[in-house]
Design a binder for this molecule. Structure first.
Ligand SMILES: [Zn+2]
Length: 431
């Protein structure tokens, strides 16, 4: 049996997972069930083999002879957390982000994405859904992590986000018009149904896991166009139908109720932000079974940046930010009250990477219980990602993704902000 610190070093460099025996003082195998006390989790080749009552020594199991004992006997252990809305390639914003578009090369962004992935993993988030990456760096990072070359969270990646010209994902907004082509160079803007089908196929060809598009304007788009619908029904239908043709789920950025309801009617799998959700939207959510991803953490990013620099955003964006801050939480309160399915997502990138757990506090502040918020970040998020067979609970056969905390998060959410230890796909993560 080798020491844990040695393993942390080896695994940080990407060596193969080693069998492990984890002693958990308290275990939430599923966030929708009561915890058990003093149990042992057997990890074999990166997967949970078995959960046994009591503390079992490595020698008393039939795991490999060099299997390691992970002593979490004084800690509370949960399934690895899942963030359904991140942007790993950056967490710069406002004017700074605009400058970055012209100054930072894709290779430089790749290092930022790697660093942000580490921050996310150390915060206990072992899986993320990356919704928007202009340069493909997170697609490459996804593959490097899954091949065990570098440590990071499991990534499901949407590639480049799709919108109409002048829509939320038009990267040329706020720039001179002669830069338009250079800033939108891979067909992510579509006007008309045929162009929208092609925009999806171009992302499918890059090897994306899902499709992200915008039916409405966005808070951060550098234009004062508001937050209502900016896409016609035939365009949105073409995107969703084409994505589903290739068995890719669709995440839809939408603030205004017109854009939310259009996407839900057409079969969107999740609505991101959903700020102006109305009664029709609640009904459509329940009928379609789509998930709502609230992304409340964005306001933390806005408030912190504006405190540091009141001119961090252009006047048009700042106005929308003030509105978003004033209205945050209303949609979650309504959705939660109406029994809409909710999955955890922060929009990290707008807020800072590694601070993903701040979202729990906001979810509880706006009407959810701690346990419901934790279900949203495990069982529900796994379902939205189509990975319920792999993640979201600690059960035999699933990926060994575990988080250890100093106390019980159902009683004290603050322990989620001070993660004590993480195992990702059977590997101990160096914190
Ligand atoms: Zn986002």
């Amino acid at each position: 049996m080798r020491s844990l610190s040695f393993l942390a070093l080896v695994f940080a460099t990407g060596a193969a997972a080693q069998d492990a025996v984890v002693h958990a003082g308290r275990l939430y195998a599923r966030m929708d069930q009561a915890p058990s006390e003093r149990v042992t989790i057997l990890i074999d080749d990166g997967r949970v083999r078995e959960v046994r009552p009591g503390f079992v020594a490595p020698g008393e199991t039939d795991l490999a002879n060099d299997s390691v004992l992970v002593d979490w006997s004084k800690l509370t252990v949960l399934p690895g957390l899942i963030d359904c809305h991140v942007h790993l390639d950056s967490d710069r914003a406002g004017i700074e982000a605009q400058l970055e578009q012209l100054t930072l090369s894709p290779p430089a962004k790749a290092f930022d994405a790697l660093m942000n992935g580490h921050k996310t993993l150390r915060a206990g988030f072992t899986t993320v859904r990356n919704l928007g990456d202009a340069d493909g760096v997170t697609l490459a990072l996804r593959d490097a992590i899954s091949a065990g070359k570098v440590m990071g969270p499991r990534i499901l990646d949407a590639g480049r986000s799709i919108s109409a010209t002048a829509g939320h994902m038009d990267s040329a907004l706020g720039f001179r018009s002669d830069l338009r082509e250079a800033l939108n160079d891979d067909g992510n803007l579509c006007d008309g149904a045929d162009a929208c089908r092609q925009a999806v196929r171009l992302q499918v060809a890059r090897g994306v896991d899902l499709i992200k598009f915008a039916t409405t304007g966005g808070v951060n788009s550098r234009i004062g166009l508001g937050l209502g619908a900016q896409m016609f029904e035939d365009e949105a239908r073409a995107i969703i139908e084409t994505a589903h043709l290739y068995e890719k789920k669709v995440a839809v950025h939408a603030h205004g109720h017109d854009g939310i309801n259009l996407a839900l009617k057409l079969g969107a799998d999740s609505i991101e932000h959903g700020t102006l959700l109305n009664d029709d939207g609640l009904k459509l959510f329940r009928e379609s079974g789509a998930y709502y991803v609230p992304t409340l953490s964005t306001i933390n990013g806005y408030l912190e940046r504006l405190a540091a620099n009141p001119d961090a955003y252009s006047p048009a964006v700042k106005k929308k930010i003030e509105w978003r801050i004033s209205i945050t939480g209303n949609a979650l309160r309504r959705a939660h009250g109406a029994g809409v399915k909710i999955a955890f997502g922060t929009d990290a990138g707008v807020s800072l990477h590694g601070r993903n757990a701040d979202e729990f506090e906001l979810m509880v502040k706006h009407g959810m219980t701690a346990r419901e918020a934790l279900i949203a970040a495990t069982i529900n998020a796994a379902d939205l990602l189509g990975l319920s067979h792999e993640i979201g609970t600690i059960e035999a056969g699933k990926s060994a993704d575990l988080v250890a905390l100093s106390g019980d998060p159902v009683e004290d959410l603050a322990v989620l902000k001070r993660v004590m230890a993480v195992i990702a796909r059977g590997r101990v993560v160096a914190l």
